[in-house]
Design a protein around this ligand. Structure first.
Ligand SMILES: *[C@@H]1O[C@H](CO)[C@@H](O)[C@H](O)[C@H]1NC(C)=O
Ligand SMILES: *[C@@H]1O[C@H](CO)[C@@H](O)[C@H](O)[C@H]1NC(C)=O
Ligand SMILES: *[C@@H]1O[C@H](CO)[C@@H](O)[C@H](O)[C@H]1NC(C)=O
Ligand SMILES: *[C@@H]1O[C@H](CO)[C@@H](O)[C@H](O)[C@H]1NC(C)=O
Ligand SMILES: *[C@@H]1O[C@H](CO)[C@@H](O)[C@H](O)[C@H]1NC(C)=O
Length: 565
């Protein structure tokens, strides 16, 4: 079991207790407060519990996805339609390249990896691909494609002339290497299949096929029909994959057996899907943007992206990120009618755990880290701050705390009280709900020194924090430590953020008004986890929290403590 990445830091939070250079206001906050060292005991208990339960829960959790829910249906999750809250009229006409965001009204950035089915696309308001809506999508797609690649001039349409590959043929040896048997114990979805191709590659989106001219049969890995099929969504998830467009790599003996190129590209192709759980901010990052970064960052923009299960609003929402990764407009792999020729190509994306990137000789040979990804995002969104405020450096300066509120489940019921306490302790507090306007929210998060939120997708926004800033996660009742650790806690550490977690007790959850104390929810929450996602979604995931300020205050102090240089 690869548990090293998950061992808790041996140094307890709040340690050190060295010299403090706090402004007087903050000093006042500290008087008569609990000594940081005493905070250890409670946390230690939490850590042990987490380590014990990790082994069993990791395996268990693997069998259901974090967004799997009782009502979930593959078709509901995978369809190619905008979220339900987008009015029908807007839906049919969302242009992928418009600068104004016609995003979902529903706060998708705040949507949670574990309750996507509650907020996800609405069956009634959506249409299957192929119905009238697809027509306008097609128009948009063609516009995009047209903008991306100026229409070939007549001479270029002549296959004899445009077929650069023909000249290369014989010199460029066909090759295909697929990575599809990777195992990450407890994280079976973390190793999606990826194939790397080189040679004379001809991509026909219409046929969902990548032809590989393979005259000598040098490239191997094909079935008896000379094919290799792959669903290029960067999450190896049996539940999702049936809805991901299947792409075929076809080995052909000669150029004559492959379609003629309508466009020759000098840069590599990357074909991937944005089906599945995307449009949930956590999954947008874990299943698409981070994998795309890991796969293509080294190409410095010299790469052609081809997206299948194409969602115009998704491409639009993340245009700044896609633009930074690729200097060329995205090709809609669902609609494009051309034949695009390449010398190199990727089918699928390399991916690691959730909001985690580890070095790997073939999957991540350049050893990109989450810190690199954070820097990359700062570049994309022009975020100013690399580091948090240094306490005491500027007279009268108060460290800034951003509290991300939630409007659905897992609300912080006494948010006002928490905000007041944080202010009392010296923080300059802002409360905000994550919105669909990614650049604006990224800027707000980047301006914070401490990010506080109850467990949920909103915490994904920690990717915008300055390095060394503090994340404070409030973990709801009910053995939520596996999720808390693996989705946000460990990622925070990987991003070189300072991490504080607060586990709510029985007295602090709204579940106490719903279930008697001898109910399994309190007596044996782990058993509820074992019953699967549906049970969990209907019980433990449906709670709000009201933190006991007396108990919580030391954790706010820890946050201040961690801002000490
Ligand atoms: C689930 O999706 C399938 C199509 O994939 C459909 O036939 C079925 O009726 C759906 N079930 C529900 C409960 O929506
Ligand atoms: C094929 O590609 C892989 C990875 O890109 C490389 O390691 C291998 O050496 C290549 N094989 C040949 C025969 O060129
Ligand atoms: C990546 O890390 C490995 C050790 O984990 C090291 O051997 C290798 O040289 C590193 N590669 C780069 C490009 O830094
Ligand atoms: C509090 O933060 C806001 C920005 O969020 C800033 O404009 C203001 O000056 C800060 N106040 C103090 C006292 O630091
Ligand atoms: C809040 O926590 C403190 C310290 O653990 C405890 O003494 C107190 O009874 C709690 N208050 C409530 C209302 O539960």
């Amino acid at each position: 079991m690869t548990s090293t990445a998950y061992s808790r830091p041996s140094k307890l939070p709040g340690g050190g207790g060295g010299e403090r250079r706090l402004p007087p206001r903050l000093m006042r906050g500290f008087t008569a407060k609990i000594e940081p060292k005493k905070l250890g005991a409670g946390l230690l208990a939490g850590c042990c519990l987490a380590l014990l339960t990790y082994v069993s829960l990791a395996k268990l959790f693997a069998i259901y996805s974090p967004v799997f829910a009782s009502t979930a249906n593959t078709s509901a999750l995978l369809q190619n339609a905008p979220p339900s809250s987008v009015p029908e009229t807007v839906k049919a006409s969302i242009p992928p390249e418009e600068t104004t965001l016609v995003g979902p009204k529903k706060d998708s950035t705040a949507a949670d990896p574990v309750d996507s089915a509650e907020t996800g696309p609405d069956m009634a308001g959506s249409q299957e691909p192929g119905l009238p809506e697809a027509v306008s999508r097609k128009d948009d797609a063609e516009k995009t494609a047209a903008a991306a690649e100026p229409k070939p001039k007549p001479s270029e349409e002549n296959p004899e002339k445009s077929n650069v590959a023909a000249a290369v043929e014989g010199t460029a040896k066909a090759n295909m290497t697929c990575d599809e048997n990777g195992v990450d114990e407890g994280f079976p979805y973390a190793r999606p299949a990826v194939c790397e191709l080189s040679g004379d590659i001809r991509v026909s989106p219409k046929q969902k096929t990548m032809y590989l001219v393979n005259p000598s049969g040098a490239a191997t890995g094909f079935d008896e029909k000379g094919e290799k099929r792959l669903r290029p969504y960067a999450r190896n998830d049996d539940f999702l994959l049936p809805g991901v467009v299947e792409v075929t790599v076809k080995s052909v003996p000669s150029t004559a057996a492959a379609p003629q190129c309508t466009k020759q590209h000098r840069v590599p192709a990357v074909v991937f899907s944005v089906a599945g759980y995307t449009d949930n901010f956590f999954h947008d990052n874990t299943d698409a943007l981070i994998p795309l970064y890991v796969t293509t960052a080294h190409l410095k923009g010299e790469v052609q992206l081809l997206i299948t299960n194409y969602k115009p609003w998704w491409v639009q929402k993340y245009t700044p990120v896609l633009r930074k990764l690729s200097s060329y407009d995205v090709i809609n792999f669902d609609e494009d009618a051309g034949v695009h020729c390449f010398h190199e190509g990727y089918l699928g994306l390399y991916r690691d755990r959730d909001l985690i990137i580890s070095p790997h000789p073939t999957r991540n040979p350049r050893n990109y880290t989450m810190v690199d990804y954070n820097r990359f995002l700062r570049g994309v969104f022009e975020l100013r701050r690399e580091r948090p405020a240094v306490l005491g450096e500027e007279p009268g300066m108060r460290p800034r705390m951003l509290i991300i509120s939630r409007s659905g489940t897992r609300k912080l019921l006494n948010l006002d009280e928490v905000a007041a306490e944080a202010s009392e302790l010296g923080f300059n507090v802002t409360v905000a709900e994550a919105g669909a306007d990614v650049p604006a929210f990224a800027a707000l998060v980047n301006s914070a020194d401490v990010l506080l939120a109850v467990h949920g997708a909103g915490l994904t926004n920690q990717i915008f924090l300055p390095t060394d800033a503090v994340v404070l996660q409030i973990v709801p009742w009910g053995n939520m430590d596996w999720q808390a650790t693996n989705f946000y806690g460990q990622p925070a550490r990987e991003m070189q953020l300072r991490y504080v977690e607060y586990y709510v007790g029985e007295e602090e959850t709204s579940l106490k008004d719903k279930y008697p104390r001898d109910h399994m929810v309190f007596k044996d929450p782990k058993a509820l986890h074992k019953q699967g996602w549906q049970t969990l979604a209907n019980t433990i995931m449906k709670q709000d929290v009201q933190v006991n300020i007396t108990r919580f205050r030391p954790f706010l102090l820890q946050a201040i403590d961690k801002l000490q240089p």
